[in-house]
Design a protein around this ligand. Sequence first.
Ligand code: TRP
Ligand code: SF4
Length: 336
Amino acid sequence: MEKKNILTGIRPTGRLHLGHYFGATRNWVALQDKYNTYIEIADVQALTDNFDNPEKVRKSVKKLAIDLLSVGLDPEKATIYIQSMIPEIAELTVYYSNLVTIARLERNPTVKTEIKQKKELFGDKGEGITYGFLGYPVSQAADITAFDGELVPVGEDQLPLIEQCREIVRKFNNIYGQTLKEPDAYLSETKRIKGLDGNEKMGKSLGNAIYLCDDEETVRQKIMSAITDPNKIKKDDPANPDICMVYYYHKLIKNDNLETVCQECKNGTRGCVNCKKELIAKMNEFLKPVHEKINYYETHPEIVDNILRDGTARAKKRAEETMKKVRKSLNIDYFE
Ligand code: TRP
Ligand code: SF4
């Protein structure tokens, strides 16, 4: 039986942290054996938000590739490519843009939330919302369907974008004849990873993240300042590990000593400083193989370039095939 196509994307706007790892990329690594996997470095999409700071996007593309390779994505199994180098995606976006109303885009819950966040940040009344930003779900539909993406691993916040993509596909097929595949979202069990400060989400802008590339000293400092049970004042006060971020991370990295940590915390035989020290050691151990790979790729940039070049060439071929079908359906295949 032929393998199904899995496609997902990630915006290059900074390095990967544990939230990305446990919430997303770890799952992609597990999926690459079973599926024909496409991983898009979505620089065009990143520019919708960062059009005034292209340097930030550019700087992040190869770093992101290094992080993705270092967590275990295998370029033999997964096609990792750069969105902007595949103009077919942009072309498809243009055709799709006729099939979507502005009202429908404005009603998209993901877009709505993001517009609200932007307004809170910049206090504007909507004049700051660009055409490109409002239309990014259309472009993301092109991302997916240009490669016949069948399953799309995403977080819950992205579900409305998959739904919108399905609508576009149905409309296209209705008007122009059966051409495209309707994708399904692929939800993973782990959703959001909490930050060191106890915030529901680990995020760059929140300053509560441990990055995969953080060195031992940085990891130490960050964990030392993590939020613990606020009711524990003295070293031998009993505490509640369930409201402690240190315990949360012990759990996340599967400390084999977890039961002891929990018991000792509850009965007051464990001090927070020691508990943090144990986590620091285990976290650094956990990150060590990733660091070795990051270091390898950072000292061999030509290998990273080759992987991206190969992946992009493979992806482009695939998108060209789709576009042939699309142009035929649209009746614009003039010299065929
Ligand atoms: N919008 C996604 C995010 O911010 C990234 C993305 C770009 C994507 N293209 C995609 C996800 C295609 C799935 C499929 O996380
Ligand atoms: Fe958290 Fe450990 Fe302190 Fe318990 S002992 S509150 S688990 S840091």
